[in-house]
Ligand binder design. Structure first.
Ligand SMILES: Cc1cc2nc3c(=O)[nH]c(=O)nc-3n(C[C@H](O)[C@H](O)[C@H](O)COP(=O)(O)O)c2cc1C
Length: 222
């Protein structure tokens, strides 16, 4: 049965968040196409994943030193302290939840040129060192990236985009998502409506948002 895991990471509420509104659009269209499928929504900003702690680091180091990737079910046998068991109990369900999805939908604002800390906390949790977390070769990933400025190809700010290249590297190198399974949908210049210096770019922002909406609806129905 198809399963969608929908993650949002904007600190802004739905009425102010471009990424939340766009991921909601995808989720609605996807659910209309798959009415009986499994749908999960996790709000990483409202319900943050705890930052990794010392027990995560010490357990991760021990598991990684083992050499061959350790099956998830065997990781607890490497834990030696209550803190390490606790850290694994916070981590394992998130990995399982990700593996149960065949589509991952991610809403990602650009904060200070990169991804929000709320999303990074989730990324650090599920990339457990040394564990056999599996390769997501069959998972389709749709990333909705919203940014206040413009970072498209050829723009002066393109080199400052540490949001899209970072996520692409992590998904392909760490999780094994093939290029063909990874789609980025950008909403550029989201602040052109309210920041005076960006006013000249309002038309570009409108076009970018319109393209993002159309693309997401099509992707959800594909
Ligand atoms: C803490 C913070 C940092 C931001 N940093 C950047 C940035 O580095 N570059 C940029 O273009 N926009 C930046 N913005 C603007 C957001 O990327 C923009 O408002 C985007 O639409 C946020 O996503 P959302 O609408 O889903 O909340 C920042 C906004 C916040 C709140």
């Amino acid at each position: 049965m198809p399963a969608l895991l929908h993650l949002d990471s904007s600190a802004g509420p739905l009425e102010h968040s471009v990424s939340r509104r766009l991921t909601a659009r995808f989720a609605r269209a996807w659910q209309a196409r798959h009415p009986d499928a499994d749908y999960r929504h996790r709000d990483l900003a409202a319900d943050p994943v705890p930052l990794i702690g010392p027990g995560y680091a010490s357990l991760g180091i021990r598991v990684e030193r083992h050499g061959a990737p350790v099956p998830l079910a065997d990781v607890p046998s490497f834990a030696t302290t209550p803190s390490e068991h606790h850290e694994w109990s916070l981590t394992h369900p998130l990995i399982t939840e990700l593996h149960a999805a065949d589509t991952l939908l991610l809403g990602v604002p650009m904060y200070n040129f990169t991804v929000p800390a709320a999303l990074k906390a989730w990324i650090d949790r599920i990339t457990f060192p040394g564990a056999h977390t599996g390769r997501l070769t069959a998972t389709r990933v749709v990333v909705v990236a919203a940014r206040g400025g413009g970072y498209g190809p050829g723009t002066p700010r393109e080199p400052f985009d540490f949001q899209t290249p970072y996520l692409r590297a992590w998904f392909t190198e760490h999780l094994g998502v093939p290029d063909a399974g990874l789609r980025f949908v950008h909403a550029e210049l989201t602040r052109a409506t309210d920041i005076p210096a960006l006013t000249p770019y309002r038309d570009l922002a409108t076009t970018s948002l319109g393209t993002a909406r159309t693309t997401l609806t099509a992707l959800a129905r594909a």
